[in-house]
Design a binder for this molecule. Structure first.
Ligand code: UDP
Length: 485
């Protein structure tokens, strides 16, 4: 990896991640890009999350330092739990609230640094769930940047909801169907509309939460308003060929002052080593297992670091995989470990046709293996960008968060995905139909989407090279940070 010496006069940036894999990983990737461009970084973390920083610290010795603070104690979070990995979605607002308590210790650290006069913090880059860092940046005389682990559209939707305070009408007494309530977004290009269940869970939690949570709910809303009102702008892990449409219009319509699209930020698989923690199977072993399969014939199945499948959904998926006879790698996250039907795994292994990975998989490397032709995914934004960069089309199966918004973008606009099944909010799909979707994808019917995915990968690769849009946005941003100095 390219490393740049960061002289002590290099501008100093404070980085504030949110402790969920899907949030921390891309922000650390972005931090690596800043370090490569010669900036010095201090990354806020807590004892249990410190190991996630190891690859970044090793790649940029001297330029990147951790600031390890105790995880804020909070009555809703069990002691020792410092990350949302494997937690149900309701934990996100709780963590957003808990982390606001970091504002004081981070301020105290910044103020007490003996070198703060000749080595000031010039910029604070904080995850969009750490909005408190934006007013803190101001207090420190620094510029605040919001890092969005979602795409431009995926971030515009929740920020719009928190600005507008959209409420779902109470079910009409006669025949009203609360579930079919549709939210429209007239200020977003294309004026998208989503069912209530398809929009940000954090917003729905806010809008329909309990009265006794009033204080926490207001803080969660404030988090998003701080992003909008106190920041310099938003940094997106996205690129213009994918989401240019949302960046071209006057950005104020989306509520963003400024935007930089610098993605895909994930490193090449080779440099990724221990990205996200120790893998349950080494990239080399998984690669060796994949080697004998023809190009593009294997489906990689993974629903990210948070999703927990119900036994009924897992059974339908297992049956579909078996019926379709399509080779597969199925990553079963720690939270879902009990749901794989008994004997399924042994049968798949015996047939030499499928592998079940329990725990953490080396996703970047796997997506880039030539045998992998499709990715059945929950459409978490990192998975989306990693598949886009690898030229792997997607079988979209959104479940929560920004995933429905992402899935629609991929299927309807980018045309690099097809729906895996009817998006049923936890309802098990029909195994026969799902088997047909799988078989069609790897067959003739999937050809156009496969070709479009290859085109998008070429566009993603161009974006991050000199002369590309993401390269230019990153350059411009680094220059502006240097000018603050
Ligand atoms: N990931 C991984 N191995 C796994 C599961 C996830 O490396 O077994 C990585 C994946 O490559 C991505 C991130 O974890 O970078 C998950 O983020 P995403 O936005 O896709 O989904 P989330 O976990 O936030 O739902």
């Amino acid at each position: 990896m390219e490393t740049a010496a960061a002289p002590t006069t290099a501008p100093h940036v404070l980085v504030v991640p949110f402790p969920a894999q899907g949030h921390t990983l891309p922000l650390l990737d972005f931090a690596g890009l800043l370090a490569t461009r010669g900036l010095r970084l201090t990354v806020v973390t807590s004892p249990a999350n410190l190991p996630l920083l190891s690859p970044l610290l090793a790649a940029h010795p001297g330029a990147v330092r951790p600031l390890t603070l105790p995880f804020p104690s909070n009555s809703s979070i069990p002691p020792g739990l410092e990350s949302t990995r494997g937690c149900p979605p309701e934990y996100f607002p709780v963590f957003i609230h808990a982390l606001t308590a970091l504002r004081e210790p981070v301020r105290a650290w910044a103020r007490s640094r003996p070198s703060s006069d000749d080595d000031p913090i010039v910029a604070v880059v904080a995850d969009f769930f750490c909005g408190w860092a934006q007013p803190l940046a101001r207090e420190l005389g620094a510029v605040g940047l919001v890092f969005s682990p979602s795409g431009v559209l995926g971030a515009a939707v929740p920020h719009s909801l928190f600005r507008r305070l959209v409420r779902r009408p109470a079910a009409a007494a006669e025949g009203g169907d609360k579930e079919s309530f549709v939210v429209t977004f007239p200020a977003i290009p294309g004026e998208p509309a989503y069912q209530w269940r398809e929009v940000s869970m954090v917003y729905r939690w806010y809008a329909e939460g309990r009265e006794e949570d009033e204080q926490v709910r207001e803080l969660v809303r404030q988090n998003f308003l701080w992003n909008l009102h106190d920041s310099w702008g938003f940094v997106f892990n996205s690129f213009k060929a994918l989401e240019g449409r949302y960046l071209e219009q006057p950005l104020e319509d989306l509520g963003f002052r400024r935007a930089w699209a610098v993605g895909p930020v994930a490193p090449d698989a080779d440099a990724a080593g221990a990205r996200g923690g120790e893998a349950a199977v080494a990239a080399a072993s998984l690669g060796a297992w994949l080697d004998p399969f023809p190009e593009g014939s294997v489906v990689y199945v993974s629903f990210g670091s948070q999703a927990v499948l119900t036994p009924a959904v897992a059974a339908a998926l297992a049956e579909a995989l078996e019926r379709s006879a399509v080779p597969f790698v199925w990553v079963v996250s720690a939270g879902s470990s009990g749901v794989v039907p008994e004997t399924f795994e042994a049968r798949a292994a015996e047939a030499g046709r499928g592998m079940v990975v329990r725990g953490w998989a080396p996703q970047l490397a796997t997506l880039r293996h030539p045998a992998v032709g499709w990715f059945m995914t929950h459409c978490g934004w990192n998975s989306v960008l990693e598949a886009a960069a690898a030229g792997v089309p997607m079988l979209a199966w959104p479940m929560t968060a920004d995933q429905f918004v992402n899935a629609r973008l991929l299927v309807d606009e980018a045309r690099v995905a097809v729906p895996a099944c009817a998006w049923g909010f936890g309802v098990a799909p029909d195994p026969g139909e799902l088997a047909t979707v799988l078989a069609d994808a790897v067959g003739e019917k999937g050809r156009d989407v496969r070709a479009r995915a290859k085109e998008l990968a070429a566009e993603a690769a161009r974006a991050v090279k000199p002369g590309g849009s993401s390269y230019a946005d990153l350059d411009g941003l680094v220059q502006e940070i240097r000018n603050v100095h």
